[in-house]
Design a binder for this molecule. Sequence first.
Ligand code: NZQ
Ligand code: ZN
Length: 385
Amino acid sequence: MLNFDFHNPTRILFGKGRIADLATTVPLAARVLVLYGGGSVKANGVLSQVQAALKGRAVQEFGGIEPNPSYETLMQAVELARRERLDFLLAVGGGSVIDGTKFVAAAVNYEGDAWDVARKWGGSIERAIPFGSVLTLPATGSEMNSGAVVTHKVKRIKQPFSSPHVFPQFSILDPTTTFTLPPRQIGNGIVDAYTHVMEQYLTYPVNAPLQDRFAEGILLTLIEEGPKALAESDNYDARANLMWCATMALNGVVGAGVPQDWSTHMIGHELTALYGLDHAQTLAIVLPAMMAARREAKRAKLLQYAARVWQLRDGDENARIDGAISRTRAFFESIGVKTRLSDYGLGAQHLPAVLEQLETRRLVRLGEHADIDLGVSRQVLEASI
Ligand code: NZQ
Ligand code: ZN
């Protein structure tokens, strides 16, 4: 096992009716800014539950944070928080709203160009104002981690950053808030959580059997519970299981002490920045092709994955690996997330721009061995058409 630091300060309040707990978790004297997205939380009553719990407090609201939250929109929230001297943020929504709130939290008191908060991958963040979240979309894990991704629309850059200063203080996970999600977002959530586990699991063995079994447990649970969550919008248990899987997939537990990959995410982010695909759609496209391209470097873990997740234990090794890759692709397709660039109207003519963007952003040594250069990325993208 590799050396690691593990510290996760986010308090989770899980279950039905927990939004009312905001009355005791948000500090009484706080001047609060509630941030939300395009309006789903108004339509499904989540925002009114938040308002009821915070009744009588100093609360302002900022709506309109878009999927793949933009620096341009978030700076308006930064201005509002500065002008009104707001000192506590509450994100109400999916990963985009929570990520956007992390940016705002770090940018409000940042001296200098606020884009540097993201541009320097979070390294320049020295403090952030405290915040909590009410999660409405199980997918990213942002509710219990210190990462975020923000898009600079003008520069067409989707920039991840992380900092120990941007862990949420608390997150409320009420599975009933997910009942109004469209099937596309449930499928996206399953694929995102699945891929988060794969990026931390499918590397090379370092004798970390507990982390491996945590990872396999999440993958198997997603395979079992994901289709139920998709088929029945009001199946509380399936939604609860999906929600907890997504949180556990990226809160530091699975990845502690093991090598990590993240190449699928890095290539996927550029597809979103250039062509506007949903985050999870890009992962569904890149992951199967990446597994195939890296079959030698990942051989031992691919065989373990084939055996323990897909029960492929007998016969030729290469056939087992092929089977595991094709089952992964089929699983994504079965939950409604297409796995080919051509399914989204993209083809060979779109690849040079992606490769150019990877080069400009110096994303040329990706993966757990830092050996995924532009040549390998090209091979992966070509195989994804
Ligand atoms: O904007 P509203 O109206 O709220 O609608 C949203 C949005 O259109 C809708 N939605 C959310 N909850 C709903 C709902 N609709 C009905 N009922 C509900 N309960 O869903 C749409 C998508 O929301 P979004 O927040 O964009 O989705 P997601 O949670 O998948 O977040 C994606 C973003 O997170 C980043 C991605 O890159 C992307 O920008 N990621 C963040 C990570 C992190 N912080 O650790 C890791 C991930 O790998 C990922 O990169
Ligand atoms: Zn992701």
